[in-house]
Design a protein around this ligand. Structure first.
Ligand code: M6R
Length: 361
């Protein structure tokens, strides 16, 4: 039931503090350790020297974020590939590589066929991170971690994305612990405990985002930029927008701007930037200057102040720990996409040509 909400997508966005709490509750124990029932101590998974993730759409974007985490926090090399590409090329499998499939539905044909394909290729084993108990991916995988986001009805995936990221970050903590990096492992758990409240705080920016959405609803093109683990967040923000508002949206790593997309910038181009305070902030500020001097219209989501420039709009977010910043920064972008589509009067829960679960290749 939608209750007080107009659309399932809206309900699912606002539900996220609760759905994440639920995900955490399933795996976080009282003594602040993580327990995945299917990945017991010394499971073969922990002995992997490489992780290969395959997924589609929003699940792929979640996997892309986790790649930064696996490598930076757990020192585990990780590659991510779109499922349909993975199963249609000749692969050279890395030594002691473990395969992870990521899916909300567990029925995505491309991801399922990638899993089947991988079984012929000599991976150490496979794990699915999935929202649907009893789904095909769950049945056909060696191991499974359920995301417990609750049923997601809106075609545009929202709460299952943040639940996937929550599980992935817990998985990174488990690997760090296995590798005796106890500090990182503990720190992740501590910060994850603050996540539901942080998201609650960010959701309070909804009125401001609604006003921005009304200004952007007549745009034909919007560019999204991010750096580091915020780059996949920019991709996911662009995907949400194009899916439900039919506005052409593209995402780039901000560093790529001058390698091509800068040519698109003029006074008609809107650029949305996710720029939390981290080591990459100074570089993002340079990108902002490049866009300003070409009169692009900028909306920056940040917990930082920027020097005032005429065409910059700053959406100030509360201070957010770097570890959970990607999970938090997608929230305003989901709201933005939702309110833009709403002001355009689109069929938000059933966007044209799309299905909730894509069961054909
Ligand atoms: O069920 P899955 O997570 O495997 O689905 C993958 C994609 O089809 C899905 O994320 C799609 O991109 C969504 N409509 C995005 O909002």
């Amino acid at each position: 039931k939608k209750g007080k909400y107009s659309h399932y997508m809206e309900k699912e966005i606002y539900e996220q503090p609760r759905s994440i709490k639920n995900t955490l509750k399933h795996y976080l124990q009282k003594n602040n350790t993580i327990y995945f029932p299917e990945l017991k101590k010394n499971n073969i998974f922990y002995h992997a020297e490489h992780i290969q993730i395959v997924a589609c759409g929003t699940s792929y974007n979640a996997a892309m974020v986790s790649r930064y985490w696996f490598e930076a926090l757990a020192n585990t090399p990780c590659d991510v590939e779109i499922a349909s590409e993975f199963s249609s090329r000749k692969l050279a499998v890395k030594r002691k590589s473990f395969l992870i499939t990521l899916s909300q539905s567990g029925e995505t044909a491309d991801t399922l066929s990638a899993l089947r394909h991988s079984k012929k290729l000599g991976y150490l084993g496979n794990l699915t991170i999935c929202n649907m108990e009893g789904s095909s991916l769950v049945k056909e995988s060696d191991f499974c971690i359920l995301t417990h986001a609750g049923i997601e009805i809106g075609v545009a995936s929202t709460k299952s994305f943040t639940a996937q990221l929550t599980v992935l970050l817990m998985l990174v903590s488990k690997i760090a612990n296995f590798k005796k990096n106890y500090l990182v492992s503990k720190n992740i758990i501590q910060v994850l405990n603050t996540l539901p409240d942080k998201i609650e705080e960010i959701l309070k920016k909804n009125e401001l985002i609604k006003t921005i959405a009304n200004k952007l609803s007549n745009k034909k093109n919007i560019l999204f930029l991010g750096r580091g683990e915020q780059y996949p967040i920019a991709i996911e923000g662009a995907l949400k927008l194009k899916e439900i508002s039919y506005i052409h949206a593209e995402a780039y790593p901000a560093g790529e701007l001058k390698h091509g997309p800068l040519a698109l910038i003029d006074k008609n181009m809107t650029v949305i930037i996710v720029a939390p305070n981290n080591a990459l902030l100074e570089k993002i500020k340079n990108n902002i200057k490049e866009i300003c001097s070409r009169e692009g219209i900028i909306y920056v989501f940040s917990d930082q102040d920027f020097d005032y420039e005429e065409n910059i709009n700053i959406i100030k977010l509360p201070y957010i720990e770097e570890l959970i910043a990607p999970i938090c920064y997608i929230i305003p972008l989901q709201l933005l996409a939702y309110y833009i589509a709403l002001s355009k009067g689109k069929d938000i829960d059933q966007p044209r040509h799309l299905a909730k679960s894509v069961t054909v290749e």
